[in-house]
Design a protein around this ligand. Structure first.
Ligand SMILES: [Zn+2]
Length: 247
């Protein structure tokens, strides 16, 4: 019920048009030596940050991948150690799947989990919760793993995206040329519609000297400023995280 006497304020069409619309692109099952570099090149060229849910054991071939994503302005989430269906595991095994992947991802890993297949239950929720890890599913799924057709993937996403949609895509698990071609179309079309691309808030880890320094060998005495040889966060304005205010 509206309070009497208070004016009802509705945005004008012009005001509504100025409200930023947010979309979250997410990529599962990486890293993948064939797909991930191509995708990252595209995202860098378009200044689009995304959220990557990584499989722990896939990081063995490229252990620095997660940190590079983070330093590149993306967010990194947990997709378990071995892409297991967590609903089939004991609480201890669920915990191991999460923690083993989290450890491999390093300091840029967010406190967020995308359970493989979206399969979750009260046990998974309880274990993740006990670790302070939030589960993140999705709202738009073009099933790019089944439809390796860029036109289909792009049109499904563009037909279903709304403000604050979470789009599920994959950069691992098989050839993803169609997905990467679709991503370019999706970015250009959504940007033309006024969408901004953000990372999932629960997966963000702010760039922090303490975290970066914690990953370096200890020195005596401790330096008050980071070493100039340490990797620095990107300076591209479009990739700068602007705070947690959108989801
Ligand atoms: Zn997956």
């Amino acid at each position: 019920m509206l309070a009497l006497g208070l004016p009802l304020v509705t945005p004008t069409p012009a005001q509504a048009a100025r409200q930023p619309k947010i979309v979250y692109l997410t990529f599962d099952d990486g890293p993948n030596a064939m797909n991930s570099p191509r995708l990252l090149k595209l995202l860098a060229r378009e200044h689009v940050p995304a959220t990557f849910f990584l499989v722990g054991q896939s990081l063995a071939a490229d252990p620095e991948h997660a940190v590079r994503l983070w330093l590149g302005g993306h967010a990194v989430g947990n997709h378990t150690y071995s892409h297991s269906n967590l609903t089939l595991l004991s609480p201890a095994s669920v915990r191991h799947q999460i923690l083993a992947a989290q450890k491999l991802m390093g300091p840029g890993a967010g406190k967020c989990l995308r359970p493989p297949y979206g399969a979750t239950n009260s046990t998974v929720t309880a274990v993740a919760g006990s670790l302070g890890i939030k589960q993140v599913l999705w709202t738009v799924d073009p099933q790019d793993w089944a439809h390796q057709d860029a036109t289909y993937i792009a049109s499904h996403v563009l037909s279903n995206v709304r403000n604050k949609s979470v789009v599920l895509l994959h950069d691992g698990g098989g050839p993803r040329g169609a997905t990467i071609s679709a991503v370019r179309v999706i970015i250009l079309a959504l940007r033309a519609q006024g969408y901004e691309f953000r990372t999932i808030p629960a997966c963000r880890v702010p760039f922090g000297g303490s975290l970066i320094e914690a990953a370096q060998p200890r020195r005596k005495p401790a330096k008050p400023t980071p070493s100039p040889t340490l990797p620095q966060p990107p300076v591209t304005p479009a990739l700068k995280q602007t705070g947690i205010h959108d989801g």
